[in-house]
Design a protein around this ligand. Structure first.
Ligand SMILES: Nc1ncnc2c1ncn2[C@@H]1O[C@H](COP(=O)(O)OP(=O)(O)O)[C@@H](O)[C@H]1O
Ligand SMILES: [Mg+2]
Length: 320
């Protein structure tokens, strides 16, 4: 049995630091630093959840190539169980190049196999082994989308709880089966901009008003300000943790990892959000979305220093 099953994309993030914000054509522009790390919202979530101690089953589509093999190896090393991995016959594994300029970044993605996973790739055996099922990057999962309403209904009937973090819609349409899924999930984890887009409302408050009667629990991620919880009629702001970020790549996915780790252990939405804020802040302390979680000593120290033991008994274990 898995605490959680995640279906989504896997790729590497190639991050360049220190490039000029203006990038003229036909010039060689030199970066000050470069990091290759695990990318893909779904993979970052799976990796960090597993490092926190949740048992994770993960399924994805990937190419038969070295970048795919490297990304899968990173997930395996975190303890994530790879299930029903679909090796695509012709497409290569996707890749994201991030050009960071101070706190802002350009994000260039070649999707490759990222959008190729279908519901038919998920075995009944895998689906039957889940307490909870999560979809990240809903809008990137173009082949998965059409099968999701039926899948969500079936899982719900079996007592499996459901959550979603749509991330951005590259087509900026915020449509399709999203509407149907909103009435089926137990938990939605958008950031501020995504909440406004999907509800077509001008403020977070109005956006939450619009969704509160449809989704039992909504947690809006608000960058350094932390997060806002909407649970039924109750709304609560939970301040973020004060840090100086290296970058904020994957902070939202790391927030999801902290939140889900606590929530799946039965913690309250408030305590789960506190751990979400801790995990999001921790991820900013190293490049990319997973590097801070690959240093167990740093992870344990950071979480302890910021009150993990007040939230959940027993800090995460691991070898340092
Ligand atoms: N500069 C920061 N300082 C402290 N915490 C941060 C910072 N940026 C992000 N976080 C944490 O990570 C979470 C997710 O970040 P956010 O940028 O809101 O989401 P996303 O990455 O999905 O856009 C925030 O809710 C917060 O807990
Ligand atoms: Mg996000």
């Amino acid at each position: 049995m898995f605490d959680i099953g995640i279906a989504g994309e896997i790729n590497l993030d190639l991050i360049l630091y220190g490039l000029p914000a203006a990038m003229p054509m036909e010039r060689e522009l030199l970066a000050a630093d470069f990091v290759t790390t695990l990318g893909g919202s779904s993979s970052i979530l799976a990796h960090n959840l597993s490092m926190l101690g949740t048992s994770v089953g993960f399924t994805c589509a990937v190419g038969r190539d070295e970048l795919g093999a490297m990304a899968l190896a990173r997930l395996r090393a975190s303890g994530v169980q790879l299930v029903d991995v679909h090796y695509h016959a012709s497409l290569s594994t996707g890749v994201t190049v991030l050009l960071t300029h101070g706190s802002e970044r350009r994000i260039l993605t070649y999707p490759g196999t990222m959008s190729e996973l279908t519901v038919e790739n998920l075995s009944l055996e895998f689906l039957s082994s889940l307490r909870h099922f999560h979809v990240s990057s809903f809008f990137l999962q173009k082949a998965l989308q059409p099968g999701l309403p039926r899948l969500f209904r079936e899982l719900k009937q079996r007592g499996c709880t459901l959550s979603m973090d749509t991330n951005d819609d590259p087509d900026d349409r915020w449509a399709g089966v999203l509407d149907e899924l909103l009435d089926l999930i137990d938990l939605l984890l958008p950031n501020e901009a995504e909440l406004l887009c999907m509800t077509r409302e001008p403020t977070v408050e109005r956006g939450l008003d619009a969704l509160a009667h449809r989704v039992p629990l909504i947690v809006v991620k608000r960058g350094a300000r932390g997060a806002t919880i909407q649970q039924g009629a109750r709304r609560e702001d939970v301040p973020g943790v004060r840090v100086v970020p290296v970058d904020t790549i994957g902070a939202g996915d790391s927030f999801d990892a902290g939140f889900l780790h606590a929530w799946l252990q039965g913690a309250s939405a408030l305590d789960a959000t506190r751990l979400g804020n801790l995990a999001g802040a921790l991820s900013t302390q190293r490049p990319g979305g997973t590097e801070a979680f690959r240093e167990p000593a740093l992870m344990r120290q950071f979480l302890r220093d910021h009150g993990w033991n007040d939230i959940l008994p027993g800090a995460p274990s691991g070898t340092s």
